[in-house]
Design a protein around this ligand. Sequence first.
Ligand code: NAD
Length: 239
Amino acid sequence: MSQVIIVTGGAGGIGSTICRGLARDGHRVVVADFDREGAARVAREIGEKAFAAAVDVGNKESVAKMIEQGLAHFGPIDVLLNGAGIMPRHPVKDISEEEWDRVIRINLKGVFLCSQAVASHMVARKRGRIISIASGRGVAGARGAAHYAASKAGVIAFTKSLADELAPDNVLVNAIAPGVTDTPMSRAGYSEEEQKKRRALSPLLGGFTPAEDIVGLIRYLISEATRYVTGQLFFLKTP
Ligand SMILES: NC(=O)c1ccc[n+]([C@@H]2O[C@H](COP(=O)([O-])OP(=O)(O)OC[C@H]3O[C@@H](n4cnc5c(N)ncnc54)[C@H](O)[C@@H]3O)[C@@H](O)[C@H]2O)c1
């Protein structure tokens, strides 16, 4: 069955792969991103099954507008995929208060605002799924990116809490932890040499997780096979 799916961070490495993969499956995707041009590019490439929406996930008005646009274009939202995120790298001693706030605003408050906004529509229909991209760093920690790790730990706790709240309304809420994936975000953290090394390794042995494999997990999480699965964190790889 064709579903309407909002993907925040839809212009990014993982988000755009998810948008393309789900559109190929016949779903309609709202490619939602702060990078307006990038979102438009991904939507253009996909064609009529995609709609680009500019959004700042950390801003309540912007999120409301993006969801209204999605509703107007495709109708009721079946799935929200929270994929927008940033990962600046600094040890705790060098993290400015502004950078701390920015990471928490985009990675954690963004998940809260987008989930809160779609949840009201989903609860009214007694149907819906919310999937957030957390990270193994939210469980294991991240040397050099403690704010990122803290934000993702928050996403995991938020997921479990919201899953419990929305279970009576048949809205499922889960999170995924993809493992290190070859995208602009992860490339920023590795030297050229380290990237080359990881590309040569199997994903099972420390290589990058192919973004396409994340699409496979999302497919499963929006399918009937998982209609009673909620409040879970799915790892593609142990952190
Ligand atoms: N790449 C990895 O190894 C990895 C591992 C674990 C988790 N993740 C998570 O997966 C998600 C996607 O990461 P990615 O690797 O594709 O990174 P990416 O940098 O390629 O994509 C992130 C996207 O988020 C968008 N974005 C940033 N701030 C935004 C805002 N305020 N509002 C809306 N959009 C905004 C960016 O424009 C970008 O398109 C992130 O949540 C990230 O934390 C990534």
